[in-house]
Write a protein that binds this ligand. Structure first.
Ligand SMILES: [Zn+2]
Length: 275
């Protein structure tokens, strides 16, 4: 593989960084603990603790780079990581991307390259007690807030009704179109992430029934009232640890019911602006 990203560069802020094309690291968490790497005695910041990660290759997306580096430096099976988003630090001409993900159950992880001395799951509240790699110490307060699992629940009828694309002539076709557009989004602008990869759920009713799941979008058909199904879906996700549940609707009564069930509200315009 072309490893020409493995060199030092100066950023626009005058620092010296490893990674010609920027660098990326993996913040993997489970149940309030985070996976940290202790750097080897021979590496930069010897024996300090930080994230598995490293230099990006030319044109390599941050998620690919972070998972590749974690797989090279540890025994972690990166296939089980569910990536939720990216928190970026822009240094003008150079960037560090923290790729945030979680795992359903916490695997044992051991170091697997000369760059790593140790690997350990550390409670989030104890991270600052460790001897941290300086750059990670700076980014930690921000990335800690991103240990979240975003979920978007789309009130399909309401979002369709907010744009004039002829949806009233063919509700099934319009719902399919909306599903495909949501499916095609490569990342949402959804704080605390700079780029978020939320779980996507569309609730459909009436003539939009039966459109089927997309590649990333789960489609739930309301047997009765669409609003009741949306509120039930909010309740299911709101009980999941670290979940941030958002309902996309402009309907006043549904907003109230969704908020009561534990969701935040985003308007149809917010969603349509991301497509
Ligand atoms: Zn810099």
């Amino acid at each position: 593989m072309d490893r020409d990203g493995d060199q030092f560069v100066h950023c626009g802020l005058g620092h010296r960084h490893w990674g010609k094309y920027g660098a990326a690291g993996l913040l993997l968490h489970h149940g309030g603990t985070v996976l940290l790497q202790q750097r080897s005695a021979l590496s930069l910041g010897p024996e300090t603790w930080g994230l598995f990660g490293g230099a990006r290759e030319r044109d390599e997306p941050p998620v690919t780079a972070a998972l590749r580096e974690a797989a090279e430096e540890s025994t972690l099976d990166v296939g089980v990581v569910r990536v939720r988003g990216i928190v970026s630090e822009d240094h003008r001409g150079w960037s560090y991307d923290t790729v945030v993900g979680d795992v359903e159950s916490r695997p044992e992880v051991a170091p697997a390259s000369w760059e790593s001395k140790d690997a350990r799951w550390v409670p989030a509240g104890e991270v600052t007690d460790m001897n941290l790699f300086p750059a990670f110490a700076i980014s930690w307060p921000k990335v800690r807030d991103a240990m979240r699992r975003p979920v978007l629940i789309v009130d399909t009828a309401n979002v369709m009704g907010s744009r004039n694309d002829g949806w009233w002539r063919d509700r099934h076709g319009a719902a399919t179109r909306l599903r495909d557009q949501i499916d095609a989004v490569e990342g949402f602008r959804l704080p605390p992430f700079d780029v978020a990869f939320p779980e996507l759920v569309m609730i459909v009713e009436g003539k939009a029934r039966g459109i089927g799941d997309g590649e990333h979008v789960r489609v739930v058909t309301a047997e009765g009232e669409g609003d009741d199904t949306i509120v039930d879906t909010v309740r299911q996700y709101a009980g999941v640890p670290d979940a941030d549940v958002y309902v996309i609707t402009a309907d006043r009564e549904l907003k109230r019911r969704s908020q009561e069930a534990g969701a935040s509200i985003l308007g149809p315009r917010w969603l349509l602006g991301q497509l």
